[in-house]
Design a protein. Sequence first.
Length: 382
Amino acid sequence: MAWRVPLADIDFGLEEEQAVLRVVRSRWLSMGEETQQFEKEFADFIGAKHALAVTNATAALHMACMAIGLGEGDEVILPSLTFVATANAVRYTGATPIFADIESEDWLTISPASIEKCITAKTRAIMVVHYAGFACDMTAIQEIAKRHNLAVLEDSAHTIGSELNGRKLGTWGAVGCFSFFSNKNMTTGEGGMVTTEDDALAEKLKVLRSHGMTSLSWDRHKGHAWTYDVVDLGYNYRIDELRSAIGRAQLKKVGRFNQRREELTNLYRELLSELAPEVGVPFQAGRGISCHHIMPVLLPPNTDRVKFMEGMKVEGVQTSIHYPPIHHFQNYSRRTEFLRTGLEITEDVGRREVTLPLYPAMQDEDVRIVVSAIQKQIHQME
Ligand SMILES: Cc1ncc(COP(=O)(O)O)c(C=O)c1O
């Protein structure tokens, strides 16, 4: 369907085309020099000591869980208001996701108070998600983790360039996991990055990314290694040179993309408060600097969300939901080990949240079209 205003759009130009051509002409497609450069440039951008490019953020999350040694009998505390991959990655290792509530309808990230309530003798880690690019309360979460000797992992799929207290999100925990999926602030189609400060974890992650092997095809191509050992049960979570080259081009632009996303978010906030004050706009109080990955709003209580979204569609505006809470999905709700109570704010937000279009190439006029359509829907429903 041809949307008047789509939910998201990529911003590719000549730089990305030239990057792909460069790799095609080099005749080396699997992980090599482009990937090494991409990792170095990403590590510099994020301020991380180690960065390893991978197939996607789901792989990054799985590797992070494996690298800290999660397994059967372990529990990991995470929000239910996130993409299912956050919890699935924990389950791949045999560990159990335990769902905590979010802070409030004004700040949709995991609540430190709720984390405390979820801690048991089996808890091994806290997986935070910086929803929409906005920072979790990392100071409080790190204090809890320290007190209970827990690892902190960061699902940074929504954050590329967000900061808290002058430090980029994704560098606060033991491992940061980034996504370059098509709708993300920078994209390689599918792709991801795993970052860490810890040399031993970096070594583990490197081995896990490629079948547990001690050397890569690239090393052998370069004559640095003739054979290899397999020292762990690893996976093939490698990226390729085409995506790394596109990633390098996108990384150069992401600062500008983020700035434009912020301008558009501010315009949304201004117009919504003027024309549709009934609609809640989270994340208006300050905590850190956001990369404004998505634009979530909360419909007034008891609004028929499907009807609202259908009405927006008639106006040519694509909307989405971030997220149906994970504990409601049948693959989770039918298993008693994941059942949680005390998720009241997640339940409420999960019913009312709608995500509005946001992408760097969006025009101010597009924001006006979206907000007028919202105003119309809200008044029609009154
Ligand atoms: C919060 C969150 N975590 C994890 C993922 C998984 O990322 P990927 O698609 O790169 O595997 C996503 C993707 O949308 C996400 O939004």
